[in-house]
Design a protein around this ligand. Structure first.
Ligand code: F6R
Length: 578
């Protein structure tokens, strides 16, 4: 995780980088920091927690590098916040990724008299550069020699007080250049510089180089040209507008984003469905919410006569022996940077499998490595919680499953229309429900069939944003253990539709008899429900709608409990570590 951003140009980069880091805070918000250059001096500013409540230093600088951190090595302290420096503070570096051999490098440097000020893996970088400079190398040569010693994944920016430029390197973590008028940006993600330029250069693994009054890129010792492209995202989409939080903005965007997800070239869906049809086995791979969307969709694929297996990215290695040229993999990732998904795709490609990617960031690592990419078209998802990307994924997977059985997508378009009504209606009811259950110790969510997986996603949304322990499971499983936790007033959310209502409401009655407060997400009322969240009956598309009120509930629970919905503790938007 973590986000990095560098600015070099004619304007004052200090407020520009400070502002840009706010747009990267979704990648980590444990702490932040900037190295501000003035003549031959570097001033470092660091802070713990949320950058949005802070002001940048009043220093005018044409060269600034910055970082926003999701802690991996070392706790959340100012000492561990980036940038990290060498001993005389002439070299500064910021880093996203993990230096796997840092302990070995640190021991070697310590033997050579280098004193460390933090517990991070990153700090080896400025010291190693220093080490090589002391041996007579230039800053550029020392930077390159340092890269040759690093094992692991990284996007790095490094600067020297007495040398021009920002040096950069990418290996396994995202890094993109922004080319403005007489100014350059280098960043983990586009929204950090979108207000200033839409002209980009995506860097590839193994790229390194320098930004001076121009940009020089090398890969494997060869100078290379990377073609600029134009960002399709709008600055306004990356802003909250009139909403207090990105979460509620993104939840409310879903009537539009579901439509955009469905708006795929016919030929793309037809050809992808053909690939799936011809495959001996289809795996759907995702992590977190993306996995839940995959698991929900497997029920539609089964209806189409194609058995698909949903696998968690982190557990994918178990399946590798079963992958060959006849296997198709659908890898789902909003960010397209989740390390476990990238690993799964690499392993599948090595075995010759066909890999289809569903992702939201068009320039992401995943989008660039798969055989076929289906874009989610959700626009930037900046709240750490996945909401609109989940329904977009579901819409696309359903469209593929429907294509396999020649079913048209009208019910999915209807769902996009109905979403508007569901959100409007429950914007009123969910604050009331959130008040009622905000002090619960545990919340359970149950359902059958595809709705059992919607229940898992509902629980994930509630727990990560409100910190109330929540568990989602197939309704039939509840009485095999978890029912022991039902007490007077324990909220149990029951998802039901025409196919599953009979059994699911029996399960609801079982927990109600033990004191549970039963919340039914259903098109019809039931005596089992103490609180009824009414949604339209939309047959196969019900899971798309059932999730929406619970996303709202999670949001209002967070507000009731004083939690920041956009930045839940300990989380980061893209999980680029294993
Ligand atoms: C939950 C959430 C995470 C992500 C997971 C995968 O709200 O945001 O569980 O879904 O980290 O991320 P992507 O889809 O970017 O691979």
């Amino acid at each position: 995780m973590c986000g990095i951003l560098g600015y070099l140009g004619l304007r004052n980069g200090t407020p520009i980088v400070h502002e840009g880091l706010k747009a990267l805070a979704y990648r980590g918000y444990d702490s932040w920091g900037m190295a501000v250059h003035q003549d031959s001096h570097i001033t470092v500013q660091k802070g713990i927690g949320d950058i949005s409540k802070t002001e940048p230093l009043a220093l005018h600088s044409n060269r600034v590098i910055g970082h926003t951190r999701w802690a991996t090595h070392g706790s959340v302290t100012e000492a561990n916040a980036h940038p990290h420096a060498n001993m005389d503070k002439t070299i500064c570096a910021v880093h996203n990724g993990i230096i796997e051999n840092y302990a070995e490098l640190k021991a070697e440097l310590q033997k050579n008299g280098f004193v460390f000020a933090s517990q991070t893996d990153t700090e080896v970088i400025p010291h190693l550069i220093d080490f090589y400079m002391r041996q007579g190398k230039t800053f550029e040569q020392a930077f390159k020699a340092t890269l040759e010693r690093l094992e692991g994944s990284y996007a790095i920016l490094a600067t020297h007080a007495n040398e021009a430029g920002i040096f950069f390197a990418k290996n396994g973590s995202p890094l993109v250049l922004g080319l403005g008028q007489n100014e350059y940006f280098v960043s983990s993600d586009i929204p950090s510089f979108l207000p200033h330029t839409k002209t980009l250069v995506h860097l590839e693994d193994g790229d390194y180089g320098a930004i001076t009054n121009t940009v020089t890129i090398y890969n494997k010792d060869k100078k290379i040209d990377r073609q600029p492209s134009t960002a399709h995202w709008d600055v306004e989409v990356a802003k909250k507008g009139n909403y207090p939080h990105f979460m509620i903005k993104e939840v409310n965007e879903q009537p539009l984003t579901i439509r955009k997800a469905l708006n795929q070239p016919k030929e793309l869906i037809k050809q992808t469905a053909l690939l799936l049809q011809n495959a001996s086995t289809v795996f759907l791979v995702g992590c977190g919410t993306s996995y839940n969307a995959c698991a929900t969709a497997t029920y539609q694929f089964s209806k189409s006569g194609k058995q698909t297996i949903a696998v968690l990215g982190s557990e994918f290695s178990q399946q590798i022996p079963f992958i060959d040229k006849k296997t198709a993999i659908i890898a789902v990732s909003q960010s397209g940077e989740t390390a476990d998904i990238i690993d799964a795709v690499k392993a599948s490609k090595e075995k010759g499998a066909v890999v289809i990617g569903i992702c939201n960031v068009p320039s992401s690592t995943l989008a660039r490595m798969v055989d076929v990419v289906i874009p989610m078209n959700s626009g930037p998802e900046l709240c750490v919680l996945a909401t609109k990307s989940c329904t977009s994924t579901l819409a696309i997977l359903y469209m593929l499953a429907f294509a396999l059985r020649g079913k048209d997508t009208s019910v999915l378009t209807e769902a996009a229309d109905a979403a508007l009504h569901v959100l409007k209606q429950h914007q009123q009811t969910m604050p009331e429900l959130a008040k009622k259950i905000a002090n619960a110790q545990n919340i359970f969510a149950i359902g059958r069939g595809a709705l059992s997986q919607v229940a898992r996603e509902a629980a994930l949304k509630i727990k990560e944003v409100s910190y109330i322990h929540a568990e989602g499971m197939p309704a039939g499983e509840l009485k095999h253990g978890s029912i022991a936790l039902i007490e007077q007033g324990t909220p149990v959310i029951v998802f039901a539709d025409d196919e599953t209502r009979a059994f699911s409401t029996s399960n609801a009655m079982e927990v109600k008899a033990r004191g549970a407060f039963v919340i039914g997400v259903d098109s019809k009322p039931s005596p089992a429900y103490d609180f009824h969240i009414q949604i339209p009956a939309l047959d196969d598309a019900t899971p798309l709608l059932a999730l929406l009120p619970v996303q709202l509930l999670g949001y209002y629970l967070a507000l009731e409990r004083g939690c920041d919905p956009d930045k839940p503790r300990n989380l980061a938007k893209s999980v680029t570590v294993r």
